[in-house]
Design a protein around this ligand. Structure first.
Ligand SMILES: C[S@@+](CC[C@H](N)C(=O)[O-])C[C@H]1O[C@@H](n2cnc3c(N)ncnc32)[C@H](O)[C@@H]1O
Length: 262
């Protein structure tokens, strides 16, 4: 990444992996974000702080990283300072009102996006409705780019199957890919300061955006690095297949124009 060259000295101790279109930084995003250049947009998924909150029924525990509570406004303030355009922040339902109030105070356009999961995790379904939705705050500067022109705020994508899941709260790469296409132009830079298993990086490669991912856990950095490497390999293989196909088509066309084969 070109801009990284100017900041390499300051960021070197956090650089975990680097590619032609992006970088994965390992560390605390609150410490790292102030050192970055302003970026176009953020797409992220903050810790929800819901693990270990038990009400007598079976409850989820995503791990140590989700045991922090009441950090959403500190993170939101740091993130909004970074963006020129738009932020999409997946969050827990308990965090929504705080985040919306904060964005409105800053005079930003703010909406809730709904991810509807046709195959949700079934937990305590004999006692209450099944949670088949997750929420994100969409907030943007008034003139920031918005591609669709006319679009509802509900997105339907299945949850990643447990056998293929890289992170307990992994978002489907297709969902993030669609959101990136809605809010940004090719070659713009997207930041994910809570990158988990690197889904935003993968989606940026698919859509031709630059990316900066920050994740503090080493195990998720290793997973994210592998997923991003694999995505480049997949794209290179797709391009190779296309070349082979085009070569075969050209040869076929040449043969069928040849007088003896006509
Ligand atoms: C909700 S998960 C993101 C999952 C991601 N959307 C995916 O698809 O894999 C939030 C991640 O933020 C990381 N995290 C928590 N606090 C952090 C901090 N202060 N700086 C950087 N990463 C942090 C956690 O380790 C966790 O992996």
């Amino acid at each position: 990444m070109n801009w990284l060259d100017d900041k390499r000295d300051q960021l070197s101790k956090w650089i975990y992996a680097e590619w032609q279109d992006g970088v994965l930084l390992r560390g605390d995003s609150l410490e790292i974000m102030p050192l970055l250049k302003p970026i176009d947009s953020i797409i992220t998924d903050i810790p929800y702080g819901i693990s270990q909150q038990s009400n007598g029924l079976r409850s989820l525990d995503y791990g140590e990283w989700d045991h922090l509570n009441n950090m959403e406004l500190v993170w939101m303030e740091a993130m909004l300072r970074m963006i020129a355009s738009t932020a999409i922040i997946f969050c827990g339902k308990e965090q929504i009102s705080n985040l919306i109030s904060y964005a409105k105070e800053k005079k930003l356009i703010t909406k809730i996006l709904i991810w509807h999961k046709p195959n949700p995790t079934v937990l305590n379904c004999q006692h209450h409705y099944i949670d088949a939705t997750e929420f994100a705050i969409y907030t943007k500067k008034p003139r920031a780019f918005f591609k669709p022109g006319y679009k509802h705020n509900v997105f339907e994508y299945p949850v990643v199957h447990s056998s293929q899941r890289n992170h307990p709260t992994e978002k489907p790469a297709q969902l993030i890919t669609e959101l990136i296409g809605d809010i940004s132009r090719p070659l713009e830079t997207i930041l994910d300061p809570f990158a988990g298993s690197g889904t935003t990086g993968v989606a940026c490669i698919r859509t031709g955006r630059q990316f900066i991912c920050i994740e503090k856990e080493e195990s998720y950095c290793a997973i994210g690095q592998k997923r991003i490497d694999d995505e480049y390999i997949r794209l290179a293989e797709e391009a190779r297949q296309l070349d082979l196909f085009q070569e075969a088509a050209t040869t076929y066309r040449r043969r069928s124009n040849h007088p003896r084969t006509r």
